[in-house]
Design a protein around this ligand. Structure first.
Ligand SMILES: Cc1cc2nc3c(=O)[nH]c(=O)nc-3n(C[C@H](O)[C@H](O)[C@H](O)COP(=O)(O)OP(=O)(O)OC[C@H]3O[C@@H](n4cnc5c(N)ncnc54)[C@H](O)[C@@H]3O)c2cc1C
Length: 319
């Protein structure tokens, strides 16, 4: 694209905020990484469509960022465009149906489970859970301890305490390259453990999801929330920035146990350290770089393999 894609973006995006050479460090929970060549805070679907026209014409790399709680941004930053969904994509709606029927805007897909709620992809998980609690709807309290957005939870099929996002997801509104904006049943997106085909890297942007939830007494919701939060406090490091579990649990094993058994708790590379509290977490003790984290990841993988014969697969997205 001649004339510069930067100028084209400035000209074509009407509602969104654009920043060039935008620091991303504080846009991730690890607090690591260089700047984005261009960071777009998207505020309308029209802008999303316009953005992809420019990005595709200029063959730019593009990454969709949620709350950055599961990503490692390289020290040199990210070339191309990083998009984050803004407030326009953070709405919450309850179809109002309760009990057996489930009819309403969601087309009755909640079935006998009760109610369908719709949440925008930019909504923080904690805000979503709070809204569900206010509406007397339960089932997804496990998300209280997953510090991301609904878009990230859908893309990653986030889960905890035997629950996963896909268990409740019924429909997804999304953008797809070459197709535009569509809404489809959730079973189209190959949900599996920490996996779906809705991730930004696959040319899709998740815009909203509709979830089936059950009417639940407030005391029951409050008890589950308190239990999950207490469990997190006891088992996870809270004193240093981190990105949650670095590795997926291999079938039949816990990554944390394998790392601990390989004698790696507390192991450091620069300011990146295998957490003393939870061995599947790497913490940033202050000035860790992405390079430090990757060196530590490499060491952990090699040592775990030599001790157990098991290859650890990354859960965190290395950009
Ligand atoms: C302390 C801590 C505890 C954690 N505990 C858990 C846990 O118990 N269970 C668990 O599953 N995870 C856990 N995580 C990891 C992380 O919180 C989840 O993966 C979360 O769902 C990521 O959401 P996010 O908005 O931060 O996404 P990001 O980290 O920003 O992105 C993650 C991936 O999702 C994609 N993505 C994000 N938004 C969109 C969108 N709108 N459209 C398309 N793709 C998108 C990104 O491109 C990227 O591939 C934890 C993290 C931390 C820091």
């Amino acid at each position: 694209m001649s004339g510069g894609w930067q100028a084209a973006l400035r000209q074509r995006l009407r509602d969104s905020r654009l920043r060039f050479d935008a620091p991303l460090r504080n846009a991730t929970t690890l607090r690591i990484g260089g700047p984005a060549e261009c960071l777009v805070e998207l505020e309308s679907e029209a802008d999303l469509l316009a953005l992809f026209t420019v990005v595709d014409a200029a063959h730019l790399p593009l990454f969709v960022l949620g709350k950055g709680s599961n990503v490692l941004v390289p020290d040199q930053g990210i070339r191309g465009v990083v998009i984050r969904l803004g407030r326009a994509f953070a709405a919450f709606e309850d179809d109002g149906a309760r009990g057996g029927g489930g009819a309403g805007p969601g087309g009755g897909e909640a079935g006998s489970e009760g109610s369908l709620v719709r949440a925008g992809a930019a909504m923080a998980n904690a805000a979503f859970i709070e809204a569900c609690r206010e509406h007397g709807l339960g089932g997804m309290e496990f998300l209280i301890a997953v510090p991301g957005t609904i878009g990230g939870a859908i893309a990653m099929n986030a889960g905890a305490h035997q629950g996963s996002t896909a268990d409740h997801l019924r429909r997804v509104r999304f953008f797809e390259r070459g197709r535009g904006i569509a809404e489809e049943p959730a079973d189209r997106f190959e949900f599996a453990y920490r996996h779906s085909t809705l991730r930004g890297q696959l040319g899709r942007v998740t815009l909203a999801g509709a979830f089936a939830l059950a009417p639940t007494p407030p005391a029951e919701i409050a008890a589950r929330l308190a239990h999950f939060q207490a469990y997190r406090r006891e088992t996870q490091p809270r004193d240093f920035p981190n990105c949650g579990s670095v590795f997926k649990n291999p079938p039949g094993h816990f990554a944390a146990r394998l790392i601990q058994e390989a004698g790696l708790k507390g192991q450091r590379f620069g300011d990146a350290q295998v957490s003393e509290k939870h061995a599947n977490f790497i913490v940033n003790r202050g000035a860790a770089t992405a390079r430090d984290v990757l060196a530590l990841v490499d060491l952990v993988r090699r040592k775990v393999y030599s001790v157990s014969g098991i290859e650890l697969e990354l859960e965190v997205q290395v950009l």
